[in-house]
Write a protein that binds this ligand. Structure first.
Ligand code: HEM
Length: 444
């Protein structure tokens, strides 16, 4: 009898061994747990837990319910995974990038992005690859960007002249910078300015409306259907850039000693007789530390553009199921004390200075504690342009003007409240007077 039981046990364990050998990776992963997360309501899931600033709420939920920067939520019927640490982000983009390179089929993609046909929302596949190649190999290659350097310098010069003319007036800085960025991009893409001189500077929303109105007269996409996908490029490329510059100036005006150091660097290299040009940018170092620090605290796309898992995968022993929507909380990663142990909420460009802990950290998707442009295959396609426009406009505005706030407003009273959207604006625009500080001939 004992021999029979032993034989049965042996037989069962062999069967078990064989069946586990023949289980596919997918079968094994399906038994893994989802990352932890807060309990939700029937049908709605965790939808009611998200308020008007989801990037902040998700940071709190991730700290209280997540594991190692991985959090699972159910929003209606959708499984959502939130990434809030550099270690989780590095696992996503280093180990599972292809799998996580698609976009979920949401309403933005359907109604705004030409039924998922544009570069930003297109699912991972042949069309996306083709558009991306067109974009980076031709439209925004280094050569094309170099060829249009004079266009960006010219548009920034117009901005400076426009500001200098309004010396006694308080201006909405974000709005004026936005016009400059829109015109620079428009000249690069369609060969003409979109916001004509003398016209009141227009926020992008109004510009988008204007573009639709122009459709009857001259809609580039209508006439050349193969480049209709470029319209979206305007959304991705202008708001992000001008909002970043507005945040930087707000931080600099709030921190006069940092602003003074920035001016000193620019003055010592360029002097006071001419405006800064894009060609000067590689000569500055403190300026670039300021820009990195701003990207860390005020990333313009706080929750990244959503990704979708093409098939099941495993991160840190948890299942990321096929079809799950994945958000990277870029904002929370930039403020994570694990990656940024020294006063992470302080605006301190010196954390990137020579000999500092983060001296070699860059923003190009290689260092996962600072990924304002995202990372992996779907990293921002306009990053190289953004990394020229943001430092250029910032440097020129800092070098050419002293910035005076409204009468009676102290620098430390600038409102730094965030307003959440796909792009994260200042809740209240930065208003200031630009007082010229260079030799008069520099503004001619
Ligand atoms: C400061 C400036 C900018 C910031 C912070 C920024 C940030 C981002 C982020 C976070 C993403 C999502 C990446 C991901 O899914 O991981 C993105 C995507 C994208 N951005 Fe930008 N962006 C900026 C400027 C621009 C400019 C100037 C353009 C073009 C003119 C542009 C075009 C795009 C496009 C086309 C995508 C979609 C890429 C794809 O899905 O393959 N961006 N950007």
């Amino acid at each position: 009898m004992a021999v029979l039981i032993l034989f049965l046990l042996f037989f069962i364990s062999i069967l078990f061994l064989l069946s586990s050998l023949f289980l596919t990776g997918d079968d094994r992963r399906r038994h893994l747990p989802l990352p932890p997360g807060p309990k939700g309501w029937p049908l709605l899931g965790n939808l009611l837990q998200l308020n008007s600033k989801p990037h902040q709420t998700l940071q709190t939920l991730s700290r209280s319910h997540g594991s190692n920067g991985l959090l699972h939520l159910r929003l209606g019927t959708t499984t959502v995974i939130i990434i809030s640490s550099s270690s989780a982000a590095s696992k996503c983009f280093r180990n599972h990038d292809v799998n996580l390179s698609s976009r979920p089929p949401n309403s933005i993609g359907k109604h705004i992005a030409y039924n998922f046909q544009d570069l930003v929302m297109a699912p991972y596949g042949l069309r996306w690859r083709m558009l991306r190649k067109l974009f980076s190999a031709h439209l925004f290659s280094n050569k094309a960007l170099n060829d249009f350097q004079y266009v960006r310098d010219e548009e920034v010069m117009r901005l400076v002249r426009d500001l200098a003319k309004r010396e006694t007036t308080v201006v909405d800085i974000g709005e004026m910078v936005n016009s400059c960025v829109v015109n620079a991009l428009a000249r690069m893409i369609v060969g003409r300015r979109m916001i004509v001189e003398g016209e009141e500077a227009t926020k992008f929303k109004e510009m988008a409306t204007e573009m639709t109105r122009l459709a009857g007269q001259f809609n580039v996409g209508d006439f050349l259907p193969w480049i209709d996908w470029l319209d979206d490029i305007f959304i991705a490329g202008t708001d992000t850039t001008s909002i970043t510059i507005e945040w930087i100036l707000a931080e600099l005006i709030r921190h006069p000693h940092i602003l003074a150091r920035a001016k000193q660097e620019l003055d010592s290299i360029v002097g006071l007789n001419r405006l800064i040009s894009e060609l000067d940018l590689p000569k500055f170092s403190f300026l670039h530390d300021i820009i990195k620090e701003n990207f860390r605290l005020h990333p313009t796309v706080p929750l990244s553009v959503p990704r979708m898992a093409i098939k099941d995968c495993e991160i840190d022993g948890y299942l990321i199921p096929k079809g799950a929507t994945l958000f990277v909380n870029i904002w929370a990663i930039g403020r994570d004390p694990v990656s940024w142990p020294n006063d992470p909420l302080e605006f301190n460009p010196d954390r990137f200075g020579p000999g500092s802990l983060h001296e070699n950290v860059d923003v190009k998707g290689n260092d996962f504690e600072l990924i304002p442009f995202g990372a992996g295959r779907r990293i921002c396609a306009g990053m190289n342009l953004g990394l020229r426009m943001v430092p250029l406009v910032t440097a020129v505005l800092v070098h050419s003007f002293d910035w005076k706030l409204l009468d009676g407003q102290m620098a430390n009273m600038i409102d730094m409240e965030e307003s959440y959207g796909v792009t994260m604006q200042k809740a209240r625009p930065l208003m200031a007077k630009a007082v010229p500080r260079l030799q008069p001939e520099a503004y001619i």
